[in-house]
Ligand binder design. Structure first.
Ligand code: 13P
Ligand code: SF4
Length: 322
């Protein structure tokens, strides 16, 4: 927290201390929220932080609902609250438990891997869970010829590009409405304008955008890569604007250029400082995140398994050496 802390932020920090609360924020949250968070990170990093939250009386999770559900499963009983319960990730709606059951009947015996951007109910039908930073590693580790994969078809392409495993889409239309709009022409124009730049794109971007980039990775990997780069490095980044703002603020000695300034996830932006304060003051029941008891043992098992995988480190040239 910096010295230009607003009155509202100061109130939150005071109450956070009194309540013994841990505030976790995804990289796409607005800067004012990132400033009062104890930790900001990608979905895998946040899942791991939730698992280490023993010692806190509650967690406030500022991210989309599936992430808060994951925190609830992993937090060893520490209650989790979400500032705006209607913050749902639209990508998660592409694959539900019924769709997985139907696909399993069509392809009996094949392992099912779902992206973490799914509801708890969907996760209860899967064999494995991956994040954007661990999908390739998890698929490779299975040592099988084919897998059922969903819901993100662009992440599926990312895995296809880096493994010999046959990836069968559970729902070929599944995509993130924000990342799927990144366009190859936008990236190519910027690469021409900044020939010495390094381009990093999220694996939820379309295949042709991934192929044209220098690196592909999770938001956490983007932060690590920028942090390690020498001063004055120019980065072209294709992901949601919350991360761009974080990078510009944290690394003023580097030039961070968004590939598309319109990349804003409306769901992630539903959370505000006012809503966080309201939760801290009243602990409203409707903001408490729950996961159906019947689904808990299986989801806990697959999430714990996911947390054991190393995931992406910084600066891995995952697409091409250029
Ligand atoms: P990360 O795991 O890279 O943070 O991605 C989560 C997400 O929802 C991207 O749109
Ligand atoms: Fe979901 Fe896309 Fe928003 Fe990420 S950016 S939370 S995948 S809608």
């Amino acid at each position: 927290m910096t010295s230009d802390c607003s009155e509202l932020q100061a109130k939150i920090l005071e109450l956070k201390k009194k309540r013994n609360a841990l505030i976790l924020a995804h990289n796409y949250q607005t800067i004012d929220i990132q400033q009062i968070a104890d930790f900001t990170g990608d979905s895998l990093q946040l899942a791991r932080k939730s698992a280490e939250a023993t010692g806190y009386d509650l967690i406030i999770f500022s991210g989309v609902r599936f992430m808060a559900e994951m925190a609830t499963v992993l937090s060893n009983g520490v209650p989790v609250y979400i500032p705006d319960p209607s913050a749902l990730c639209p990508l998660a709606a592409y694959v539900d438990a019924d769709k997985i059951r139907a696909k399993k009947e069509e392809y009996p015996g094949l392992p099912v891997i779902v992206y973490v951007n799914t509801t708890a109910e969907t996760k209860s039908e899967t064999d494995y869970i991956c994040t954007s930073g661990s999908a390739v590693e998890i698929v490779k580790a299975l040592g099988v010829e084919s897998v059922l994969f969903g819901p993100d078809s662009n992440l599926a392409d990312h895995v296809r590009m880096h493994t010999d495993v046959e990836i069968i889409d559970i729902e070929p239309r599944g995509s993130c409405y924000v990342h799927n709009q990144f366009d190859l022409a936008q990236l190519q124009l910027l690469k021409e304008e900044y020939p010495d730049s390094i381009s990093i794109v999220h694996p939820e971007c379309p295949k042709e955008v991934q192929e044209a980039a220098d690196m592909v990775g999770s938001t956490g990997m983007m932060v690590k890569t920028v942090a390690k780069a020498p001063s004055n490095t120019i980065f072209l980044i294709a992901t949601e604007m919350g991360l761009i703002h974080q990078l510009q603020k944290s690394f003023p000695d580097k030039k961070i250029i968004p590939v598309w300034e319109g990349a804003i996830c409306r769901q992630m932006k539903k959370h505000t400082l006012e809503k966080i304060l309201h939760v801290l003051e009243d602990l409203p029941e409707e903001n408490r995140v729950t996961v159906p008891i019947a689904q808990l043992p299986h989801i806990t098992e697959v999430l714990e398994q996911m947390n054991k995988v190393k995931g992406q480190g910084p600066a891995t040239p995952v697409v091409q050496e250029s």
